[in-house]
Ligand binder design. Sequence first.
Ligand SMILES: Nc1ncnc2c1ncn2[C@@H]1O[C@H](COP(=O)(O)OP(=O)(O)OP(=O)(O)O)[C@@H](O)[C@H]1O
Length: 315
Amino acid sequence: MSETILEIVGLSKVYAGGHKALDSVDLTIKQGEIFALLGPNGAGKTTLIGAVCGLVRPTAGTIRAFGDDLSQNWRSARARIGLVPQELATDMFEQVERSVAYSRGLFGLAPNATRIEEILRSLSLWEKRSEQIRALSGGMKRRVLIAKALAHEPDLLFLDEPTAGVDVELRRDMWKLIGAMRELGVTIILTTHYIEEAEEMADRVGIIRDGKILMIDNKAAMMRRLGRTEAAIVLASKQSQLPASIAALPVHLSDDGMEIIYRGGDGSGKGKAEVAELTKALTFAGIDYVGIDIKESSLEDIFVDLVEQREGESA
Ligand SMILES: Nc1ncnc2c1ncn2[C@@H]1O[C@H](COP(=O)(O)OP(=O)(O)OP(=O)(O)O)[C@@H](O)[C@H]1O
């Protein structure tokens, strides 16, 4: 079992004005994992990161990082945490290399030109080291943010929406980079709107909405637990009712009587097997079909279902 490096218990944040941005969040992160926090706008993702990085003061709850309770011993734990924020707020007129070296110094580490060079090279920023940050493209600016967060050699790295607004090519580059950081032993927590990103990168996924964690699981288990198969069997002729032999399956007839719709399964292959069973039963009952459309749900479907379902509940 790998070591727990971050343990959040009962974390709540009520902003001045009364908005509850986090509501009793529990979260445990193990060393070496990539964890994706997925949630719609305003779900509380940035607030959660801010609380761990000392930018947001929690209203209730405890955060332990590397064994230290952050409310008591913030500084040593914080030195081991890197944060890549959504946007660069300052520093626009600074040169790339100096800005990255400055970030290292902020955490009390001795200057180390070799280390800074390695970081800049790994992010393809070395050629740009003498340029002012404001002169760089959006993608390069983002790389500078990552370089600044890596400059003090953190063991835990937060990436807040690392690929929001970047093109597909750069997004893939970022994914490679994140993979490479993991190889170096860095534990990574990223927030994202892109389900594809969570699907591609993460070992575990947490879904957050309205400040509450709706579900945390490893990706495969989440797909098994919530995955669905959807199939439409297109019939050769209009039917007014379904044969009794398929009554036990999760099926219904479309309004126009031209399709049998199956919605079931559990992400384990059960859905496909039931659709095969269904087609045999139709053949046996003498009902002809001309096509089958079958689709396994993705993490995206699961996410949309979960978020919409909860919206329905709270409405
Ligand atoms: N300083 C603040 N004062 C008051 N309310 C705030 C403050 N910061 C955030 N909020 C509110 O708290 C909620 C959660 O915001 P947060 O930025 O954590 O969400 P998010 O999941 O990161 O959203 P996004 O994906 O849009 O960045 C939002 O409703 C937001 O308006």
